[in-house]
Design a protein around this ligand. Structure first.
Ligand SMILES: [Zn+2]
Length: 425
């Protein structure tokens, strides 16, 4: 058996995501900062607070933007006030850590990504060899992601290789894909079927944290399905019908308190400039039992949550890690209320997390080769979009400066397909 680390990763996910009274009790007491916990335990557990608060930090459409993006300036995450770039995982890691620290004494914090985590920079071309996107999300503390259309760009086999390599490094997060089906008898699906058996890719997920049971599902919208050019033998079912099916499982069987839908579908701007429609909104409208919908795909920075059916917030952060979304919810008498929502810009007022590049490869010995030119160059030559479009990749790639992750030298955007260009990503 060669899957020791993968099985460890799968076991870890199972441990962290299934019901655990011990965990919630510890978290509850930790959150309250209680000493002499055993004395107070029966009282704390018997009197569940009537009003509880939790926070969701979220991203979408990161598209392998490991470094800050701007056409004319150098990204320098470890100093402030000297560049105009937005995004970059080193800053995102810092911000997530800071917001988690600020919020977790008030209740549980979930960190979620809405898919299209890959493709968009040359780093994405190396995902089969590095699983870098998934390793870094896992390192930053993300609890789950889903699949966007571009996460299939290297085919289902490429998708599974990325999850596989991240799992073998012991750094992978659950991928929740409820309406994507990998059950066709096809050689390119064998690996992903194996990963599904390990629970690394799954139809739903339960996280019990701070005494609240969260149920998570993930759907790829119909329009996004249409542009999933690399789906191969994978098939998709209707997002709304699937969401209804998953909600029933989560409510009836899993007895969750809160249902969260990761919907990679998108929103639309009306003629008046307001964003009130789109598939993400329609999914929330058609499935009222979804409590919270984390959206993506249309690259829309929603400064305010769209409230659907008078109770379901639909949120989205834009693209490329330019913002982190922070949604604060209160839960009282079985009813949820949006306490606040905001986008926090990821700019050079944030000092980037220094250890991130060094921690991104494995739990034990970081490999400097993860983002090496050799690996990226070798990968880019096999990139389907590369042939006949990019100049031949060669050692002429400019040398990296700063640390590997903060280098801008490998951040060229892939060209858009020339025909059938999707209106959204
Ligand atoms: Zn997309």
């Amino acid at each position: 058996m060669e899957t020791t680390n993968e099985e460890t990763a799968a076991t870890q996910i199972a441990k962290e995501t299934t019901s655990s009274k011990t965990l919630s009790r510890r978290e509850l007491l930790g959150g309250l900062g209680v000493f002499g916990a055993t004395m107070l335990l029966p009282k704390v557990l018997s009197a569940a607070p009537s009003k509880r608060t939790f926070t969701i930090l979220h991203t979408n459409d990161l598209h392998s933007n490991f470094v800050g993006m701007s056409p004319a300036s150098d990204y320098s995450p470890f100093t402030i006030g000297d560049d105009k770039t937005l995004g970059g995982y080193a800053r995102l890691a810092t911000l997530i850590r800071q917001r988690k620290e600020a919020r977790q004494s008030l209740g549980p914090v979930l960190i979620l990504d809405d898919g299209d985590y890959s493709m968009g920079t040359a780093f994405g071309a190396a995902i089969r060899e590095t699983g870098g996107e998934l390793q870094l999300l896992s390192h930053m503390g993300f609890d789950a992601t889903t699949l966007g259309n571009h996460d299939f760009d290297l085919g289902p086999d490429g998708l599974s290789q990325a999850i596989d390599v991240a799992a073998k490094a012991g750094r992978v997060l659950p991928v929740v894909a409820s309406n994507t089906h990998f059950d066709t008898n096809d050689a390119t699906l064998v690996n992903i079927q194996r990963l599904a058996k390990l629970g690394l890719i799954r139809r739903h997920l339960v996280i019990e944290r701070g005494g609240i049971r969260f149920g998570i599902l993930g759907v790829l919208g119909k329009e996004a399905q249409f542009y999933t050019v690399g789906a191969g033998a994978a098939t998709f079912s209707d997002p709304i019908e699937t969401a209804k099916e998953m909600v029933e499982v989560l409510r009836e069987t899993e007895k969750v308190d809160v249902v969260i839908c990761l919907s990679h579908s998108g929103v639309l701007q009306g003629k008046d400039g307001r964003v009130t429609d789109g598939e993400d909104v329609r999914v929330a409208k058609a499935v009222p039992d979804i409590d919270i919908l984390i959206g993506g795909h249309s690259h829309t920075a929603l400064q305010e949550a769209i409230i659907v059916n008078d109770h379901t917030p639909v949120v989205q952060t834009g693209k490329y890690g330019e913002n982190l979304g922070e949604l604060v919810i209160t839960l009282e008498g079985g009813k949820l209320k949006v306490e606040s929502y905001r986008l926090i810009p990821i700019d050079d007022t944030i000092v980037g997390d220094q250890p991130l590049p060094r921690k991104s490869t494995s739990t034990s010995r970081p490999s400097p080769k993860l983002f090496s030119r050799r690996v990226v160059t070798a990968s880019i030559s096999r990139w389907p979009w590369h042939r006949g479009i990019f100049p031949t990749p060669s050692p002429t790639l400019p040398p990296a400066h700063h640390s590997p992750i903060s280098s801008q030298t490998l951040s060229a955007k892939p060209p858009r397909p020339t025909s059938h260009s999707p209106p959204t990503e």
